[in-house]
Design a protein around this ligand. Structure first.
Ligand code: ADP
Ligand code: MG
Length: 616
């Protein structure tokens, strides 16, 4: 019988491979963006038309390709990234299969323009369905531009299989987000049908997240840091109260590569155990760094799955790091549903267990005090400065002179210079009490009708004016920490802290050193819990970075705004009657009670007339 086995022609093999690599326009986006990153670009533009069905173009300023490489890059298994199978275990690049360009060129019209820095002119190569149509010399900037037009033009079945533009666009944007989140050190822009959808400058990770997901995201993030032999973790988890109904914002990056892992996702979910309302999912943006030898990313053609050597250990480390952060940033107390008892004691206190003998005098040491305090602080930011001998123990929030700790007690500021609107202005009738609506608004009656106050904005105003005053008089009380607090920042962030150091000291911070990547803090403003210090500084840094171009920028104003934002009572926090009244009084004692520090209304009024009209 005749032999029947044949080798498939290259273009057929490429089309088959394309089926694995390219499912939809978003797959092209991923491959082209990854190639641009591997080429060392620090500016990458993505241009799409009709959700990528008509055009996906990626322009980078990377190293470009030589004449020959430009041609070779479209051959199957043509890659500059690995030379032997062993290299697979030392991967520091995104690509390695040498399949992407060959596959894409098999099923689309591709135009490649590329130039290396050392060359005067570049190359332009046009390939349609694996056929090279032309290769010419062109004038083009250093770097590479790949345009992929008319995807699946020669496979109508696949083209018809594509979803609506809005669905495909969603996939494209998801892919863009993943790549952009993994590389905050690269600037990315996305243009969709001629208009700019994203413009992400080079920034730190927090800013990158905020630039992608919006400025509101900033206050939702809790930093997670862990550094062990086998695994380094950095990034953020979303505060439980902002958990989403959908699994939208969940990102793991392993060695800068986006991956999906149900197992590691479970580790996070279990760290949040008891903190989330049923049916909601925590957000996370976590970068894991592991030795490339301990992972195998080769198991899936689209490379979003990964095999770890020691998944169990990673699981345990990840879970405990996230738990630690949630505890350290005092997330639990703001929740009014069941919470994890492990989180009741902030970490720093747990760790100081062995030091109890040092605070022997303090029989009433109360690990829950911080919770109570954070609430008390919410209303009475400026507590009376402690006598100096006692200052030594404030790091533990101990109050030796209070014989009976009262867990529900709320302490108010002692010097009360507020002009009470309940009495003086006669705006609010004295006998009238306040009422909290949806843990968000404080409702009260005034002579003309009704007053509705936004608790978060109102408290921001109160704190803002307090801080501004402290910054001007430059003698805010500081509480000395029992153990200096060391925080880690990027060198870029350290520069910002250095610039703000003097102003920060005026608010009550004390530093023993600010250098390289560490800040050693020996004192914090009275009433600010140690656990919030890092979040305040993070917030501040990101506010400074976001507002620097603003011509009205003034360091102390920004500092006061930022700290007020970090420390103000949040929407969702239940306030006792006296806390509500106190906040109302403090607000109306402010210079500008009407607006928050960011110029948003702090309250509205509704007159009886207006109410009457509604009942006509
Ligand atoms: P892989 O990325 O797996 O190596 P690709 O088919 O994606 O395979 O790319 C083939 C080769 O083409 C790459 O190894 C690289 O040398 C070159 N290349 C592709 N895109 C670019 C680019 N944007 N800039 C420079 N070189 C590129
Ligand atoms: Mg590639």
């Amino acid at each position: 019988m005749a032999d029947i086995i044949q080798l498939l022609p290259d273009h057929v093999a490429n089309q088959i491979a394309a089926g694995e690599v390219v499912q939809r326009p978003a797959s092209v986006v991923k491959e082209l963006l990854e190639n641009a990153i591997d080429a060392g670009a620090d500016t990458i533009k993505l241009i799409i038309k009709d959700a990528g069905k008509t055009l996906v173009q990626v322009i980078d300023n990377g190293k470009g390709m030589s004449n020959t490489d430009a041609r070779l890059s479209f051959e199957r298994h043509a890659t500059s990234k690995i030379r032997s199978a062993e290299d697979l275990f030392q991967l520091h690049t995104k690509g390695f299969r040498g399949e992407a360009l060959a596959s894409i060129a098999a099923i689309a019209h591709v135009e490649l323009k590329t130039k290396q820095e050392t060359d005067d002119v570049g190359n332009c190569l046009i390939i349609e369905g694996s056929n090279v149509v032309s290769q010419d010399i062109v004038v083009t900037p250093t770097g590479t531009s790949v345009s992929v037009k008319n995807l699946f033009f020669n496979i109508p079945a696949r083209r018809n299989f594509l979803k609506s533009d809005s669905v495909e666009l969603r996939h494209v944007i998801d892919e863009f987000h993943r790549v952009a989140l993994a590389h905050p050190n690269i600037s990315f822009a996305l243009y969709n049908n001629g208009s700019e959808s994203f413009n992400l400058p080079i920034s730190n990770y927090r800013q990158r997240i905020v630039n992608i997901f919006g400025s509101k995201t900033n206050e939702k993030l809790v930093p997670v840091e862990e550094d062990t032999e086998v695994l380094k973790i950095s990034g953020f988890v979303g505060k439980p109260e902002f958990a989403k109904k959908t699994r939208g914002e969940q990102y793991f990056f392993v060695n800068d590569r986006f991956i999906k892992s149900a197992y590691l996702n479970h580790a996070i979910a279990s760290a949040f155990d008891g903190l989330l309302k049923t049916g909601t999912h925590a957000s996370y943006f976590l970068n894991l760094k592991v030795d490339p030898q301990t992972i195998d990313i080769n198991i899936h053609p689209t490379k979003t799955e990964i095999k770890f050597d020691d998944e169990h250990t990673l699981y345990a480390i990840l879970r405990s790091a996230v738990k630690h952060s949630l505890g350290q940033f005092n997330i639990a107390p703001v929740l009014d549903f069941d919470r994890d008892p492990n989180l009741d004691t902030p970490y720093s206190y747990k760790r100081s267990d062995t030091d109890t003998p040092k605070v022997e005098v303090d029989r009433s040491f109360n690990p829950f005090q911080d919770e109570v305090n954070s609430k008390a602080r919410a209303i009475a930011y400026k507590k009376e400065p402690s006598p100096s001998w006692e200052g030594l123990y404030v790091g533990l929030e101990s109050k030796g002179n209070e014989s009976k700790p009262n867990f529900t007690e709320v302490r108010f500021e002692s010097e009360e210079q507020t002009a009470s609107i309940f009495e003086e202005d006669n705006q609010v009738e004295k006998s009238q009490t306040t009422y909290q609506l949806h843990n968000k608004y404080i409702v009260s009656t005034i002579k003309s009708g009704m007053l509705v106050i936004d608790q978060h904005r109102a408290h921001q105003r109160v704190l803002y004016e307090d801080f501004l005053q402290n910054l001007t008089i430059k003698e805010a009380a500081s509480q000395q920490l029992l153990f200096p607090l060391q925080l880690h920042f990027s060198p870029q962030d350290i520069e910002i802290i250095k610039q703000l150091k003097v102003d920060l000291e005026h608010t009550g911070f004390a530093f023993s050193s600010v250098k390289e990547e560490f800040v050693d803090i020996t004192g914090v403003p009275v009433g600010v819990p140690e656990s919030e210090v890092s979040i305040i500084l993070e917030q501040l840094i990101s506010d400074v970075e976001n507002e620097v171009p603003d011509s009205h920028f003034s360091a102390s104003d920004l500092l006061a705004k930022s700290m007020a934002k970090s420390l103000a009572i949040k929407t969702g926090q239940t306030l006792q009657k006296d806390e509500q009244e106190h906040l109302v009084n403090k607000l109306f004692a402010c210079k500008e009670p009407n607006v928050s520090p960011t110029n948003r209304a702090t309250f509205i009024t509704m007159s009886v007339d207006e109410l009457d009209k509604k009942f006509i």
